[in-house]
Design a protein around this ligand. Structure first.
Ligand code: ATP
Length: 217
């Protein structure tokens, strides 16, 4: 179980906090707005009212024990940056920040945070990819152009074996697992017969995955 602090409980911070809780982590949420904090109080591990532009208030939160501090203040760029400066001066090891502009991105990269998130851009790219490859449920990059993708098996492929589906597919593509409702088959054999609504999890180069994804619809 990880320990996360989320500073700023707007839509973004709230969604991140609730998802972390669902995944079994401990979450401290911080906001200046008492209504927001009251609303979150029984949904996350701790919810605290504090103004994070105040270094002392921030220090009192004891954030150095947390795995990651996520700064999710959007509109008030000055407050977000000041908070990051204070977190750095408190030697908080891992800071992730939601950014809203390129200027803010530039300053954050100079301050040296672990990750800068641009939710609108990142979501826009994901939506474009989902529109272009509707069969791809989800994907993660693991570096060097390699991706793990999750693909829904269509009705058309009901009863087809993996070997038929993967015919002509380069052997640089690996089937990591097949999910069938609650059942997971890790490294399925090539004679494995697919059913509609199975979920295939593949590993390979993005370019190759893109060429084979349409064969699965
Ligand atoms: P979202 O799109 O996620 O709803 P947003 O980009 O509009 O949010 P804001 O609403 O500006 O971002 O900020 C998110 C939260 O951060 C708000 O609930 C706000 O009260 C809180 N916040 C702003 N400044 C501070 C601060 N100095 N200390 C603590 N919390 C703050």
């Amino acid at each position: 179980m990880g320990q996360f602090a989320v500073i700023g409980l707007g839509r973004f911070g709230t969604a991140a906090s609730l998802e972390l809780m669902k995944m079994g982590h401990s979450v401290l949420g911080v906001d200046t707005n008492n209504k927001v904090v009251d609303k979150m109080a029984d949904q996350i591990t701790h919810a605290v009212i504090a103004d994070v532009t105040d270094r002392e208030a921030l220090e009192e939160l004891g954030l150095d024990n947390y795995d990651v501090v996520l700064v999710a203040i959007g509109e008030d760029v000055q407050a977000s940056l000041l908070c990051v400066v204070h977190l750095k001066s408190l030697a908080i090891p891992t800071i992730w920040v939601k950014a809203t502009s390129h200027a803010q991105h530039l300053i954050l990269s100079k301050l040296g945070v672990a990750r800068i998130i641009h939710p609108e851009e990142e979501m826009g790219i994901r939506v474009a990819q989902a529109l272009s490859y509707p069969m791809v449920n989800d994907y993660i990059s693991i570096g060097n152009g390699e991706f793990v993708v999750e693909i829904d098996v269509s009705e058309r492929l009901e009863g087809t074996s993996l070997s038929q589906v993967l015919k002509d597919v380069p052997d640089t593509i690996h089937v990591l697992l097949v999910k069938r409702r609650a059942d997971i088959t890790v490294h399925p054999p090539i004679e494995f017969t697919l059913q509609a609504k199975d979920v295939l999890v593949l590993l390979g180069q993005l370019g190759t995955l893109k060429t084979i994804a349409p064969k699965l619809v």
